[in-house]
Design a protein around this ligand. Structure first.
Ligand SMILES: C[S@@+](CC[C@H](N)C(=O)[O-])C[C@H]1O[C@@H](n2cnc3c(N)ncnc32)[C@H](O)[C@@H]1O
Length: 453
């Protein structure tokens, strides 16, 4: 590879320091110099700030190789890099020996301030990304500063502009609201900064990198909290005789004839994982399901439309094909690689013997079910959809089995409809959530003595 090595003479036209664009707090212009690319250390505050925000590294590197480093990096006296991680990396990879640098002499607080405000100057930051920077800035600069006695409202106002406290009626001795100051500095709402502060650092980083939207990260945390709470509840409340959930592999578990005698289950209602690697689950579960289903019993399964032929091939040799049901989705989902907007989700229905046991006619389109928030499981299905099927295909007291229970949706539907239920969940974390959730959502209403009508 022929590399163009530019020994650039850095001139004043190169002085496009991002702090000048930001206009918040301009640091000294510094001294321009060509510095050796090796031997610079990263300032600790810079290491977490991702270097690329939507810029293709390949394009950037190609540009640097062709035109050299156009904008000097910024280095604190003594060799600490404050701005220009990506440029430094490109200079090294591009084979440059030196890099144009602006040497500044800032105190520790100014260094951190500089790092954050220069990141802020990058125009392609979304509000969510700004909110993360605002929160970090608040943590590392504003809060420690505000803790010092001298950082009264008056001091902060002098430093960060009038109105940096949201409560102007408070006296000057009153501590400032650093969240509001950070929000104003970074041009976003206080609420967003507050939301970021509730996220763990790994998720803040994901938002800053643009991998996750702030509202998605907030939802992720809410779901985690909910799962922890429900699992804890499951540990505290005694088990219930109407259902059994086993934390084990259903393929071997269903082969246990004591727990699953021949002809003992009225309905298998399940949602096996349907990514490509999991497709063998369908044929594996068919080793036992035909044996344990009662004659006239049904198997109703969700499936991924991509693999419908494989799913049908796994089930059809062992059970009778009966029908399919369609769950109408609220919004269409784009199906990758198929040029399709999918507006419904399918359920396949098979039975043991010539036909299913007698039941009232079932509507094969399921509409208007409450959609799950997917707080308990990423693949959580709707309790209403499960009830639609269970109610029609079984009677009170019948046995419903779900070999892939996830967060326990089918068992909840069955027990709420006064059926008995059994299920398997192989993952202990999902199991704990499902166990607590089934307990919680199938609790009988408590009638206090003297209050019943
Ligand atoms: C698609 S999810 C089910 C989600 C469920 N419908 C709900 O509403 O939460 C499938 C579940 O099957 C579990 N699983 C996969 N293989 C299993 C096996 N061999 N035995 C038991 N559970 C299994 C997975 O851990 C996953 O939680």
């Amino acid at each position: 590879m022929v590399m163009k090595k530019v020994k650039k003479d850095v001139g004043p036209s190169d002085l496009k320091g991002s702090e000048a664009e930001v206009g918040i707090k301009v640091c000294q212009p510094g001294v321009l110099k060509g510095l050796p690319v090796d031997g610079l250390r990263l300032h600790p505050a810079i290491s977490d700030i991702p270097t690329v925000y939507g810029v293709s590294w390949k394009d950037f590197l190609a540009d640097v190789k062709e035109r050299g480093i156009q904008e000097p990096i910024v280095v604190q006296k003594g060799g600490i890099l404050l701005d220009g991680q990506l440029r430094l990396k490109a200079a090294k990879e591009g084979g440059f020996k030196t890099i144009p640098a602006r040497i500044v002499d800032l105190n520790p607080e100014e260094q951190v301030h500089y790092i954050f405000t220069s990141a802020l100057g990058r125009r392609h930051l979304t509000d969510d990304q700004r909110a993360v920077l605002a929160h970090w800035y608040r943590e590392s600069v504003l809060s420690p500063e505000a803790k010092k006695d001298r950082s009264t409202k008056a001091n902060m106002a002098k430093k960060y502009g009038k109105g940096s406290s949201p409560t102007p009626t408070l006296g000057n001795k009153q501590k400032v609201d650093t969240r509001t100051v950070a929000a104003r500095m970074f041009g976003i709402s206080r609420k967003k900064v507050e939301k970021v502060s509730e996220l763990p650092r790994e998720l803040q980083l994901e938002v800053l990198k643009g991998n996750l939207k702030l509202h998605e990260a907030v939802k992720k945390i809410a779901a985690q909290k909910k799962r922890q709470e429900i699992a804890k509840f499951g540990k505290e409340v005694p088990a219930d005789k109407r259902w059994d959930l086993f934390c084990e592999d259903s393929i071997t578990g269903m082969a246990d004839k004591k727990r699953f005698p021949d002809n003992s289950v009225d309905l298998v209602f399940s949602d096996p994982p349907y990514n490509k690697e999991a497709i063998p689950c369908y044929s594996k579960m068919m080793q036992e399901i035909p044996r344990i289903l009662k004659p006239g019993g049904s198997l109703v399964v969700y499936y991924g439309a991509y693999y419908l032929p494989e799913v049908l091939n796994s089930i059809r040799p062992k059970l009778t094909w009966w029908w399919q049901l369609a769950i109408k989705l609220d919004a269409s989902e784009t199906i990758k690689g198929k040029s399709v907007f999918q507006g419904w989700k399918g359920l396949l229905w098979f039975c043991k013997g010539g036909m299913p046991k007698k039941h009232p006619a079932i509507n094969d389109i399921i509409v208007g079910s409450k959609r799950p928030e997917k707080l308990y499981h990423v693949w959580e299905q709707s309790v209403d959809d499960a009830k639609h099927v269970i109610e029609k295909l079984t009677d009170v007291g019948d046995m419903v089995l779900d070999p892939f229970a996830g967060s326990g949706t089918s068992l909840i539907a069955a027990v709420q409809l006064h059926r008995r239920a059994k299920g398997f969940e192989i993952d202990p974390k999902h199991y704990a959530v499902a166990h607590g959730r089934i307990l919680k959502e199938t609790q009988e209403p408590v009638v206090e003595i003297g209050t019943a009508a």
